[in-house]
Design a protein around this ligand. Structure first.
Ligand code: V55
Ligand code: FE
Length: 488
């Protein structure tokens, strides 16, 4: 195997593992609650080969699907590459053929026109199917049992968009899945395809609209009435790509926007609200209606959180000088102004998780990884360069209601929430943990937390025999749903 570059994108927790693995009957400390019966799927970027050019970013690494399977108090782990067209071409060649992050003009000419998505961002489960997604292409369907790749997913030929987001939203009552694709009509296009799949998994709605400029639209939100599209000024330009330049540049002086559309409305009904210049959010926690007011809660920062994008933009803004926090934007759907009211409601952090039942509804509890300065040295790694060392629980009306601070040289990743079967109970959080054991030596565990009291000692810790590559996002699928899908 070719050596990887010794750059931040390939060191610390970002150090590639590049190996499929299965680990069975893992060592469990404590007791797994009986309600935890299902699969925790994780999307893991892990490059198969050294980059074609000098360096690359974590976001370009080949997607692996990792499954932490809980059955009767026992735990297994399996991790497999997604057999994307790109992975297969490079596997055959024995080396990288695709060039820089989202720049096809830097690829080897032998792969011109080949789907270059790496399916590395979120495992999505809907209507009995499992997908691996990345925003620059269509999803790949995965067999949840064998983890085999079934192929690129085009909604039975119905999807027109060339892309599909890694951040879908599922209504807890109707079970419809709301999603979108940006750069839907081609690279750097301003086309967004807004889509709805019904509870049976059929694509029943796809309408296209144009954004004020071509922006990275990583996430969106739904309320009970609306679909909400935030547009932050991280922008693309095809001429820049043709000269081998970066896909994204953050324009600090450019305004942001919020597009709001009735959930099942015609795109001609889209309303645009104007937001502050230069801000950026990767993830939206939740959105909900309160009379004619619409609230959108997101992990907002004063500039783009990714160092490589700030560098490519000529922005000299070091990570510690970035400000922001969990921020609520409110718009008045009963007036015809374009103002956004903004206020901070929680500490900085990212990768928020709300309970599935609260999606698009008023909510009083959510969780997200954060940085606690009192927690001691954090670990290097991830796309931002430094990993979160704490987990905060928040009631958006009251602020933080709990904090789990990791010991020094530990990292905690995005949790999944497992609902309790008993009314009034809060359920469980499952998250992977990394620990530095020595220079360049790491180990991983899976922690199970009481969702009511995250600061209490974990109810169980599962030990991995070798370290895990940190995930981007995860998804919990109950065993009953997997079995129903298998029987269908
Ligand atoms: C993100 C992750 C991506 C990506 C764009 O977390 C944004 C943000 C893992 O891939 O392609
Ligand atoms: Fe994301």
């Amino acid at each position: 195997m070719s050596a990887f570059p010794r750059t931040a994108q390939f060191m610390g927790l970002n150090e590639p593992i590049s190996r499929e693995a299965s680990h069975h009957d893992l060592k469990v400390e404590g007791r797994i609650p009986a309600e935890i019966e299902g699969d925790f799927f994780r999307a893991v970027p892990d490059p198969q080969h050294a980059p074609l050019h000098d360096n690359d970013v974590v976001l370009s690494a080949d997607g692996m699907i990792s499954r932490i399977r809980f059955r009767g108090g026992k735990v297994d782990h399996d991790v497999r590459y997604v057999r994307t067209a790109r992975w297969l071409a490079e596997q055959q060649a024995g080396k990288s053929l695709f060039g820089r992050y989202r720049n096809p003009f830097t690829d080897d000419s032998s792969v011109e026109g080949v789907d270059r998505t790496v399916a590395n961002t979120t495992p999505v489960w809907h209507a009995g199917r499992l997908y691996m997604t990345k925003e620059d292409g269509r999803a790949y369907e995965i067999d949840p049992e064998t983890l085999d790749t079934r192929g690129s997913w085009d909604w039975h030929g119905a999807l027109r968009s060339q892309t599909m987001t890694a951040h879908v939203r599922i209504d807890p009552e109707t079970r419809e899945m709301f999603f979108f694709g940006y750069e839907a009509g081609g690279i750097c296009s301003r086309d967004v395809a807004y889509c709805i799949a019904d509870a049976a998994g059929e694509l029943v709605y796809e309408q296209w609209f144009e954004t004020p400029y071509c922006a990275m639209i990583h996430d969106f939100a739904i309320s009970e009435k609306y679909a909400i599209f935030p547009i932050f000024p991280t922008t693309a330009d095809v001429e820049r790509l043709k000269t081998g330049g970066p896909h994204w540049v953050h324009e600090q002086e450019r305004e942001s926007w919020l597009g709001v559309l009735p959930r099942h409305g015609d795109v001609s009904a889209m309303r645009w609200f104007k937001g502050p210049a230069g801000v950026s959010a990767y993830h939206i926690l939740n959105a909900f209606d309160e009379g004619g007011k619409l609230h959108i809660d997101m992990c907002l920062s004063s500039t783009n959180a990714f160092g490589f994008i700030r560098e490519d933009s000529g922005l000299d803004i070091p990570l510690p000088s970035i400000t922001g926090g969990l921020t609520r934007w409110t718009v008045d759907m009963d007036s015809d102004g374009e103002e956004i009211e903004s206020r901070e409601i929680g500490p900085p952090g990212d990768l928020p998780r709300v309970r599935d039942k609260d999606q698009g509804r008023p909510y009083d509890l959510a969780w997200y990884p954060t940085m606690n300065m009192a927690g001691g040295m954090p670990l290097m790694g991830g796309p931002v360069g430094i990993a979160f060392n704490a987990l905060v629980a928040i009631d958006p009306a009251r602020g933080p209601v709990g904090m789990l601070t990791m010991p020094p040289l530990h990292a905690i990743h995005e949790p999944v929430h497992v609902p309790a079967t008993m009314e009034g109970q809060k359920g469980w959080l499952i998250a992977t943990i990394d620990r530095m054991d020595g220079p360049d030596t790491y180990s991983s565990e899976v922690w199970i937390l009481d969702a009511r009291d995250i600061a209490a000692p974990p109810v169980a810790k599962v030990k991995l025999p070798e370290r895990l590559k940190p995930q981007v996002h995860g998804w919990w699928v109950p065993k009953a749903e997997l079995e129903r899908a298998k029987a269908a």
